[in-house]
Design a protein around this ligand. Structure first.
Ligand code: CP3
Length: 324
């Protein structure tokens, strides 16, 4: 049976999550291990998914880094002290995950203890490029203008920043594994904004370093990105036992290019969950047919569940993947 879970499976589309959010901010939920563990379990109970993903956020390390992090309602993340110059990067402290992000590791321990034995817990972190884009832009962006300007204008500063982020997330992921995470996912959500050449020059060595450090923990690492179809071989070459792909490439074509020896995760368009049931189910069946029943396919979306999604549609996909 093909295993299935969803990125952002705990989130605003879920009534029990929205209920908690009436009382607590997103950062409150992340900072309170008992609440983070509770949210981690919500989709397991509601959807019957085969894995839980820790409730946290890729931007949490920005707090101990001194960058400042807040979430304004409907506006996404805001970074108060973005990184722009060499001195900003030099100043970034080396974090100790146990000390500086201990509340995340405590949430891992609590969630692991509360989950059914046969439901693995996935820990995660942001990849160096995606984290750098938020650190430089100060928030979300469509164009990555500041990010690419720094990359081209100050390559030494760029590589210093990504090198520091790679060490940080690699060690943070390994700490999550030591705390009880049984798989780890590195989110390179925005890497698809780069050309293949720039991916290779400016990003790949740092992702490789982060993935290698995480893999030393001995648990499988999922290397996820979106918009990677134009450099999928290189992206897969950076590492990860599992490569996550989005819907912009058919799963069978992606798997051939990643290599049959690796596992793949994906790749339903999150918007398919907003489609009529017949269309949604046809897309799910198409992905399963392209995987051809070969071992090593983890069913997921190509990116996170959209807040507008109906819980029933998500549940229906789980049941269909499970053979219903
Ligand atoms: O997947 C899960 O269920 C686990 C929890 C999780 C969250 N963020 C909780 C969250 C995970 C894996 C993330 C990762 C994350 N965070 C990424 C990479 C994955 C991706 O979606 O591409 C990124 C880029 C972020 C940064 C971030 N955090 C953004 C852009 C936002 C959205 C802000 C908004 O208002 O929509 C967040 C907030 C956030 N993190 C939410 C959740 C459930 C929604 C906010 C809320 O509850 O108000």
């Amino acid at each position: 049976m093909t295993p299935v879970w969803f990125m952002r499976q705990a989130g605003r589309y879920m009534p029990e999550y929205r209920k908690l959010r009436e009382r607590y901010s997103i950062l409150d939920l992340c900072h309170t291990p008992e609440l983070a563990a509770q949210v981690t379990l919500q989709p397991v109970e509601r959807l019957g998914v085969d894995a839980a993903i820790l409730f946290a956020d890729i931007l949490l390390p920005f707090e101990p880094l001194g960058l400042g992090l807040s979430f304004a309602a409907g506006e996404g993340p805001h970074i108060a002290n973005p990184v722009g110059r060499q001195a900003d990067v030099e100043r970034l402290p080396v974090l100790d995950p146990e000390q500086d992000l201990g509340y995340v590791l405590e949430a891992v321990r609590l969630a692991r203890a509360a989950l059914p034995k046969d439901v693995p817990l996935i820990g995660f972190a942001g990849a160096p490029f995606t984290l750098a884009s938020y650190a430089i832009e100060g928030g979300s962006t469509r164009t990555f203008t500041r990010t690419k300007t720094l990359m081209y204008q100050a390559p030494d500063t760029w590589h210093l920043l990504l090198g520091k982020l790679a060490e940080l997330v690699g060690r943070y992921l390994a700490a999550q594994a030591r705390s009880g995470a049984q798989a780890l996912q590195l989110f390179d959500s925005w890497v698809g904004c780069l050309s293949p050449q720039d991916y290779n020059t400016f990003v790949l060595p740092h992702s490789r370093r982060a993935l290698a450090l995480a893999s030393e923990s001995g648990v499988p690492v999922i290397h996820f990105g979106t918009g990677t179809a134009s450099f999928l071989e290189d992206f897969a070459g950076a590492g990860g036992a599992v490569v996550g792909v989005d819907w912009r490439i058919p799963l069978d074509a992606a798997w051939r290019r990643i290599g049959e020896s690796r596992a793949v995760q994906g790749n339903l368009d999150p918007a398919a969950l907003l489609a009529p049931a017949a269309e949604r189910d046809a897309q799910v069946r198409d992905i399963l047919a392209r995987a051809g029943g070969r071992p090593g396919h983890i069913f997921n979306l190509g990116h996170g569940v959209l807040p507008e999604t109906d819980v029933g549609a998500v549940r229906a996909v789980v049941d269909l993947v499970h053979g219903g």
